[in-house]
Design a protein around this ligand. Structure first.
Ligand SMILES: *Cc1c(COP(=O)(O)O)cnc(C)c1O
Length: 381
């Protein structure tokens, strides 16, 4: 079990998010190391965690930001990310958000439809500026064997279908207010084998060949994010295998001379540095079950309820050598407010402090005040 500052935890009001900033810095260093001398530009996917301390650490490491709303662009700018290193994706960018992004001078719009191209063009033209564009392509990567790929299929709402890509490229090239910089892809999240990325590289290679033959060249390719983490063994794999990830693209993607490769990593950067720390309120005897009712709920970490995800649960304070089986549940009035079924834990009692591990990504950023609960605090170390 990693070394938690337990004495300090005992004085804190629970639940709270604990962030291990030295692990975050080691993770950022590992990314830098794995990139090495390649012309790779890594943008942190801000939606994974917008805590200002985390964002500032990521910005200080020289990463750009991948944003999906005007609010995220503002947060990235405030934490020191240069506007030129901000990319902006999202199927439903509002006119106000587009204007704001153009005024700020962001690096690139990742555009998801022909309709959106027209709106960005008219707003940019009225402002007398030129918008840098990457077209988000829906590569229709077959998900039959990879159920975790959920954004790169024809039936998903994301990206421009391959059949319509030509029209979008032509539209950009015919516009004075749009500058076509490249192509963008993001096939899904929590991807734990390299196979889907190998398939993606193949799709991109054919597209590049096709467009080269038509005399169209791109100065950047953005392959999105999605690299997964080990939720079952956060202490064994605290830092994802960034070398294997970047090497997959080095080996399988045939970039043209001078072409930049962009990435948008979220979860892989921040998930393992966070835990949701909670106290046991009651140990309730059911008919065939024993419930450990904790003071954190789905409002503080929604992934189990939303994605049937599981986070490793540890009792940090029990001194018992005996183990018991519990359903670990929260206080929210929903049956889906459950962190674990039949969890084997050391004998657990009221007041014990539990850690829900790997909660640094899509935890705090997805928190809500449902049931009029207070938002948890944060503790960084
Ligand atoms: C969410 C998202 C990412 C990051 O995904 P992770 O799985 O956290 O790496 C990257 N790009 C886009 C467009 C996204 O929507």
């Amino acid at each position: 079990m990693s070394a938690f500052p337990l004495d300090k935890f005992k004085a804190e009001r629970t639940p709270f998010y604990y962030y291990d900033l030295s692990l975050l810095r080691d993770t950022l260093a590992s990314i830098k190391d794995a990139v090495g001398g390649s012309d790779y530009h890594v943008h942190y996917a801000v939606k994974a965690n917008v805590n200002p301390v985390i964002l500032a650490a990521v910005a200080a490491a020289g990463m750009g930001a991948d944003c999906v709303s005007g609010g995220e662009i503002e947060a990235a700018l405030e934490c020191g990310v240069p506007a030129s290193s901000i990319v902006y994706a999202g199927v439903g960018k509002s006119d106000d958000e587009i204007s704001m992004a153009l005024r700020a001078g962001i690096g690139c719009f990742n555009v998801e439809s022909l309709e959106e191209l027209g709106i960005i063009e008219s707003i940019a033209s009225a402002m007398g500026v030129v918008a840098d564009i990457a077209l988000r392509v829906n590569p229709n990567v077959d998900a039959h064997t990879h159920h975790y790929i959920t954004t790169g299929l024809q039936e998903n709402k994301f990206g421009i279908a391959l059949e319509m890509l030509d029209d979008a490229v032509g539209y950009c090239r015919g516009s004075q207010s749009l500058r076509l910089r490249g192509l963008h892809f993001h096939i899904g999240s929590q991807i734990t084998t390299m196979d889907p990325y190998v398939i993606l590289c193949g799709r991109i290679n054919s597209l590049l060949d096709e467009y080269e033959a038509k005399g169209v060249n791109f100065d950047l390719i953005n392959v999105g994010g999605g690299l997964g983490i080990d939720y079952d063994h956060p202490d064994k794999h605290p830092i994802p295998d960034f070398r294997a990830y970047f090497d997959t693209f080095r080996r399988h993607l045939h970039l043209r001379d001078g072409q930049q490769l962009h990435f948008e990593l979220g979860r892989a950067v921040v998930a393992q540095c966070g835990s949701l720390i909670t106290r046991v309120l009651y140990v309730k005897q059911g008919v065939n079950k024993q419930f450990a009712i904790v003071d954190a709920g789905m409002t503080d970490l929604i992934r189990p309820a939303l994605y049937q995800a599981h986070h490793l649960i540890q009792n940090l304070t029990s001194e018992s050598d005996e183990e018991c089986v519990y359903d670990v549940v929260g206080p929210v009035c929903e049956s889906s407010d459950c962190f674990g079924v039949d969890e084997r834990l050391p004998v657990t009692k009221r007041g014990d402090i539990l850690a829900l591990r790997s909660a640094g990504a899509y935890g705090e950023s997805m928190a809500s005040r449902y049931n009029l609960r207070s938002l948890p605090g944060t503790f960084t170390d």
